[in-house]
Write a protein of this length. Structure first.
Length: 269
């Protein structure tokens, strides 16, 4: 590249393209363990690998598991907004790098990457679907096949901004569908569903229902940021360089959690 590298957070001169300067690192709240094994939500105490939050037990999500890279707050919120509204497609690569790290325990079990789609009229207006950009980069970084058009948005839903939990769910209910000719692609496959922000899970939940109705065996959700209830506890504010590497351990727990989840969902009808 001909231009000298600048920080993607504050545009200060830095050493690497697509990186953050030392001043911006602490402003990005990476979501680290301990978190809920199912929802990926930060938890206050560490009870060991595979712990499940009360929220996941009380109201099991339609998707199998979810992970997010950062808290949707401060610099995390700023980066998500810039990618969405700011004509900054260059942010998708570094954001996807953090997502791939956050989803390291899910990726080995996924067959294809599918973005949460925009309605075609909104896409015409905006010309840019941030979820598609992130999904393309996650696919490129992980080597997992990308299926941009496996899912379509058939309802031009109103913006979720300002809506409560129940309103959000109602707003997106039935909004997604899998085109008939795409069903074969999904049948029996585990999908990595990619979106930019996880708020209440209503959007990815509705998208999951459409994917599973079309025959997907599992749906794992990976987003850049997540709206966290309350302020981020200090343990989530860690320097990226200190993050422990995920070594792929815990598959047995993963399988047990999935069986548990499916049994619960089966019992719930
Ligand atoms: Zn900076």
């Amino acid at each position: 590249m001909a231009f000298p590298p600048i920080c993607i957070g504050c545009s200060a001169a830095t050493t690497l393209h697509g990186g953050l300067c030392p001043a911006c690192w602490p402003l990005l709240a990476f979501i680290d363990k301990p978190y809920c094994f199912i929802l990926g939500t930060p938890m206050e105490f560490d009870f060991g690998e595979g712990q499940v939050s009360a929220a996941a037990l009380a109201d099991p999500p339609p998707f199998d598991m979810a992970r997010s890279a950062v808290v949707h707050h401060g610099l995390g919120l700023k980066l998500a907004s810039r990618l969405k509204y700011g004509d900054r497609a260059d942010l998708a690569r570094p954001m996807a790098q953090w997502m791939v790290r956050a989803g390291a325990d899910l990726l080995p079990f996924c067959d294809l990457v599918v973005p949460v789609p925009l309605h075609r009229l909104r896409l015409l207006k905006r010309r840019f679907n941030q979820a598609s950009e992130l999904a393309a980069q996650v696919s490129a970084l992980s080597g997992m096949p990308l299926r941009q058009d496996a899912l379509v948005r058939r309802k031009a839903t109103r913006s979720q901004v300002g809506l409560g939990r129940a309103e959000r769910a109602a707003n997106v209910a039935g909004a997604f569908a899998v085109p008939r000719r795409k069903r074969a692609v999904l049948k029996g496959r585990a999908v990595l569903l990619v979106d930019d922000v996880y708020t209440t899970g209503a959007t990815v939940g509705a998208a999951t229902r459409a994917l599973k109705a079309a025959g997907a065996s599992h749906v794992f959700v990976l987003t850049f940021s997540r709206v966290a209830a309350g302020a981020a506890p200090p343990h989530m504010w860690q320097d990226f360089s200190e993050r422990p590497r995920t070594d792929g351990a815990g598959y047995g727990l993963y399988a047990a959690a999935l069986r548990f989840l499916h049994k619960r969902k089966g019992a719930a009808g």
